[in-house]
Design a binder for this molecule. Structure first.
Ligand code: SF4
Length: 220
């Protein structure tokens, strides 16, 4: 994609959804860290279902420690990998209390020290809470970046580096949300819905699905 095409790509996604937000529910930075840590290999809807009751009473790392690992497990047992996630959330709460005065740090370097928090999670927190222009490459962004030609790469880090380089202002702050939503609802993994895609003419994917299944032939 050329620079002009990339600008137009985001202009159209932005036009459809001017102020996109994460679909995870949270009330403060700590709850966001916990929600993102719980969301690995789980849907946002599933995480929200589990965290609604949890976050109504647990707002700080100290409150999480007081709840304890078993208490936390009881809240999140509907989420995949809940045993190891509970362990991580308790451990990261301990670190936040012991070394950060119970506050969530605002640098990637510090965030990735937290158990269960990788580069992607750190980028989500930096973007959604601290308003930094980061690109948290999840499975949707990885797919959309590669299919469209916007940011091709063999690994999430490569795609992130391309996005860093290519996404123009004024779209950098919200770019990762637009790409996630686009991947989740239009450029879907199994069957991309190219027939209703707002950026179909800018996308370089060779196997575009230009008619809805059942609506006739598919074309590339
Ligand atoms: S045209 Fe199809 S493959 Fe390209 S971005 Fe749109 S939905 Fe995805």
């Amino acid at each position: 994609m050329t620079r002009d095409q990339i600008f137009e790509f985001f202009r159209r996604l932005a036009e459809e959804n001017p102020a996109p937000e994460t679909e995870l529910e949270y009330g403060n930075a700590f709850q966001l860290v916990v929600a993102v840590a719980l969301s690995a290999q789980a849907t946002d809807v599933g995480v929200n279902k589990a965290t609604r009751a949890l976050f109504a009473k647990i707002r700080t790392p100290q409150e999480m420690l007081d709840l304890g690992e078993e208490g936390l497990k009881a809240h999140i047992k509907t989420i995949g990998l809940f045993n190891s996630k509970a362990k991580n959330v308790i451990a990261l709460s301990r670190l936040l209390v012991d070394e950060y005065g119970g506050e969530v740090p605002d640098t990637r370097e510090d965030l990735v020290r937290l158990p269960g928090v990788g580069r992607k999670t750190a980028n989500v927190v930096l973007n959604c809470w601290f308003g930094q222009e980061t690109f948290a490459v999840d499975t949707h962004i990885f797919r959309v970046g590669n299919r469209t030609g916007l940011a091709k790469g063999k690994t999430p880090d490569q795609v992130e580096a391309k996005l860093e380089k290519r996404v123009p202002q004024p779209f950098r702050l919200h770019a990762h949300h637009w790409l996630i939503l686009h991947g989740r609802y239009v450029c879907k993994a199994r069957t991309p819905e190219c027939w209703r895609c707002p950026v179909v003419d800018l996308c370089s994917y060779r196997k575009k699905v230009l008619q809805a299944p059942g609506g006739g032939k598919q074309s590339g």
